[in-house]
Design a protein. Structure first.
Length: 117
């Protein structure tokens, strides 16, 4: 139900924009966001946005570099990633419908982001 895209290979300092579109149901009333998992590491929170885009939250490691946004009309959430670093290399997952904390009901299949030094 969540399809992420936009990943790829980029040099350090570059930018990528991830997109996630939902199908099968609307998430206009739900928190949506992004998590990531690097090789050999646990999955970690990246960013979330409330249904009306009024409140955003970011991991300290991406603050000032990443921007999350959403378009409820398109049932989509985006992650603009600037000033990318090699440590941003990971599989990025979009999520929707927060249960509690960092627990979400719906998870996308992930898109690979690789940042070369």
């Amino acid at each position: 139900q969540l399809q992420a895209s936009g990943g790829g290979l980029v040099q350090a300092g570059g930018s990528l924009r991830l997109s996630c579109t939902a199908s099968g149901r609307t998430f206009s009333g739900s928190v949506m966001g992004w998590f990531r998992q690097a090789p050999g590491k646990e999955r970690e929170f990246v960013a979330t946005v409330t249904w009306n885009s009024g409140i955003t939250a970011y991991a300290d490691s991406v603050k000032g570099r990443f921007t999350i946004s959403r378009d409820n009309a398109k049932n989509a959430v985006y992650l603009q990633m600037n000033s990318l670093k090699p440590e941003d290399t990971a599989v990025y997952y979009c999520v929707a419908d927060r249960l509690r904390g960092n627990s979400f009901r719906y998870w996308g299949q992930g898109t690979q982001v690789t940042v070369s030094s």
